[in-house]
Design a protein. Structure first.
Lengths: 374, 374, 374
């Protein structure tokens, strides 16, 4: 591994790759077979692989030119989450998939952004970033939160009127998914096209792509990028099978609910690379990049991954709707609102980081204490 | 029609007046009698008449001097909506009236303002407006949204305590209506009196009145203004009778609910003139005027028309309360909040217009899919 | 009483001390015994005593140096409310205690801040204050509001899953109380330490302490400060016993609910001194101080007094959870949100004061009309 590579992700999470052979051993050596251990090691091994997928996508995007490359990045920056969710969807774990959507949104906004602002704020009295870009992202977030509230409002109101059916919620979800994807397209046109000067580095997108501009490193060839992308994707899909297969056993032995697994565990695993990058950027006082990674990643989940999963679920026995549980809705709305409050003035300080982390703690407590549905 | 007149409302909606004789024919020629057609043509004919009422009010206000004229404008700028609502109230269509209140608020904020910001943003990279004036209006909006939430919270909490009665909700609504009217009076004192320099043109009010300052045109005599106002008011009342009388039949043949009629159809018909004016202003980069029309019109509905309808309903068999359905409340709260988010920083771009329109689409889908109450 | 003392609290509330002997007489002269009268005169006598406790705390803090003194002030600025609440808690009036928490938060934000901004705005066209400090406080408020929503969301979701127990809510409340106290500690570190230059006077805290810097007056000796503090504390505790003992009888003869007593009466009594100070500061165009008193006092209640009461309740037969009723939650969320909207741009005018007072009126109406739970 080159020096340039090591500098990209510092502190590097690549040492977690040691869990890849461990996971294979636990899965295929029958004497060592233990579902809970398998769940944990598969989760740990997925962390660096998700990072490698993102990195290979960026390298490939670099060869594509600004427009197509930006689009590639913005669409597949969260490809690892997408793969894990698709495999869980095929296995019928609808609640885990929904919880991992809300968990990713909350985790990126409160944990990743909170820790970034806190760590950056410890070194700098006040940090600033482009207010218009931050407000545009936050408005998109609030729109996404609003969209996730609507199907539940529909359920309550339609049930009261005596006319609710699961099919109606499914059709409403499908229509909302189309609107969300359209909003995401508009957001990309804004940040990669008409108003790209507002965004970090002058040519960055709403995702991690931004970071590349900032950190010069040895570029990969197209061949190498494609090879790494395919290899990492294959391994992510393989490990996701282990993770999803072991989820039931792990839940019972760890004593947590499906929602807790999705909201806390899957969301942290899928976003560890973003986490590391955003904190590093914040500590270098590059808050525009830190925000682009943390908020941009949430937006990708809400406006791209979630609608795509709704469409994809029509290939599987169980369809995915956008109707979430009350705690999930409250958590997403609070996270979007407090993020907007903190990012909307274009400046940050360490206290704002603590406030985001405190909200994450309170929401985490809510999910921790929630009993499983009977 | 003079050149000045034509320039006032461009693209003019006056050609829709052809539907006035059509509506009369459908209503009174028994062979042509068709309630659904009557509903549609009456709605179309109401659009230019509502515009003429507003225009005649502005002309009259011009003769009254700044203070009284501003007050007249601010109070009767939405007189057409008020007349339609009063006639629907007399006929006992309480749910249609409530839905047209929420629909007008949402429509002005999301559809009218959204399209204005979008169209203006296509021509200008960034548009700006007075931040203090916009925030004052948005705070009033949020207050109105809060007021519409309270009676429903009261219902739920009082029912849980075992002491809810319709009379209690009615008395609470009456008291809230008094507070809202008082807030509206304060808002007018602020925008027409103590802080008028913040508002568009230096002497504008919170409504469409503002536009007059901007677009010089031949002034009407008092006699002409009064005659047009009386004539248009008479025709609006007459057509409203047709519209309200045909609402039941139209609902069944079009397969939509009372709430959908109010939220989408009545609200669009009553606000088409504002729509046209606001978009025209935005495309001329006069965002202060576009906001004054769109947000000001919402405020008039929420803080003036709604309380007046509550008071007026005591003349009819069925009283109007301020208790709305859950979807209506959620829609108004989301619309007020997202408008505030977008207008609160004193600048706009095309993406913000798309975001407002996307929220309108999502809320429209909710009302479209909602079944009728049995 | 010295001239300096008189100038501190102008208009002085000290004349209300005449109700102290009246309260003793009504309580101990059996012929005059009347519980409703006792409730009213005890409440009136508590007003100046709460002010004296606050003033003595400030004087003592002055001798302690900046760090410890600021901490003392920030922790015991609302000691009178804390004492009243502890005595009500011991007597098992859990609902009164909860209502006085939410009532204090709402009262300080809407009534105290509203009247301050309104009165200041009548004299000055526009008043300004430090935006970063105001936003930090408002974010903390929103966080506190979010924390008070969570236990109710937990109750609803856990009950739906079939696994709700009062003990689970209690444990969740305890965990949230720890997070809130931690947030308060961070807020103090920010306002007294790392970012104290943002706050009023260059060395002020988030509470009334700030006022001292501004108004030079004769300093008290440590002995005098301790003596006044002990004496006032003793009298506050004594009168609180009367107040709490008479609450049931007063409720019935005045025809109001426990929640109304807490939200309106206890909250106004406990915060009258803050009220007087904040309005005086606003009229002198010292908006940073007015905000520090009003918003800071709300924060103290939400982030310090409420958690401490949760911990303290373990010494009594009935534990205090952080689960509030729906009207209380809606009221706190609306108050926090509208305050943020108004204070978030660093400037104020009289209309914003009217808007805060209008929201207070609407929320007051809600609690007035609410029936008692059976």
């Amino acid at each position: 591994m080159s020096a340039a590579r090591r500098s990209w992700l510092r502190p590097s999470l690549d040492w977690l790759l040691v869990f890849l052979p461990v996971a294979l051993a636990v899965r295929y050596v029958s004497a060592w077979n233990n579902q809970t251990v398998l769940f944990v090691v598969a989760a740990l091994a997925l962390i660096p692989l998700a990072g490698w997928m993102g990195h290979a996508t960026e390298q490939l995007a670099h060869h594509m030119g600004e427009g197509v490359g930006g689009l590639l990045n913005a669409s597949f920056g969260n490809a690892a989450e997408l793969i894990i969710a698709l495999i869980a969807l095929r296995a019928g774990h609808i609640d885990v998939v929904k919880a991992s959507i809300t968990g990713s949104i909350i985790g990126n906004l409160l944990l990743v952004l909170g820790l970034s602002i806190f760590c950056g704020g410890l070194r700098f009295q006040k940090q600033t970033f482009n207010k218009t870009a931050a407000r545009a992202s936050c408005t998109a977030l609030i729109l996404a939160a609003a969209a996730l509230v609507i199907p539940t409002v529909f359920h309550v109101a339609a049930a009261r009127a005596g006319g609710w059916t699961p099919l109606a919620t499914q059709r409403l979800s499908l229509a909302i998914a189309v609107v969300l994807l359209g909003t995401y397209a508009a957001m990309l046109r804004f940040s990669l096209g008409t108003h790209k000067q507002l965004f970090a580095g002058g040519s960055a997108d709403v995702g991690e792509h931004a970071v590349r501009e900032d950190e010069p490193e040895a570029r990969w060839s197209v061949g190498r990028a494609v090879a790494v992308l395919l290899g990492a994707t294959f391994l992510v899909a393989w490990l996701s099978e282990f993770l999803v297969g072991a989820v039931e056993a792990a839940r019972h032995s760890l004593g947590v609910t499906e929602v807790f697994v999705g909201v806390v565990i899957v969301a942290i695993v899928g976003n560890a690379a973003e986490h590391s990058t955003a904190v590093t950027m914040a500590m270098k006082n590059k808050m525009d990049l830190a925000l682009a990674v943390a908020v941009g990643s949430s937006l990708q989940i809400a406006l791209f991954v979630a609608p795509v999963l709704v469409f994809a679920s029509y290939a599987f026995p169980h369809q995915l709707s956008l109707e979430f549980t009350l705690p999930e809705i409250v958590a997403v709305v609070l996270a979007a609102f407090v993020t907007d409050q903190i990012a909307g003035d274009g400046e940050s300080n360490w206290l704002e980081g603590v406030q985001l982390l405190a909200l994450y703690a309170i929401i985490g407590l809510l999910f921790y204490f929630l009993p499983a549905a009977h």
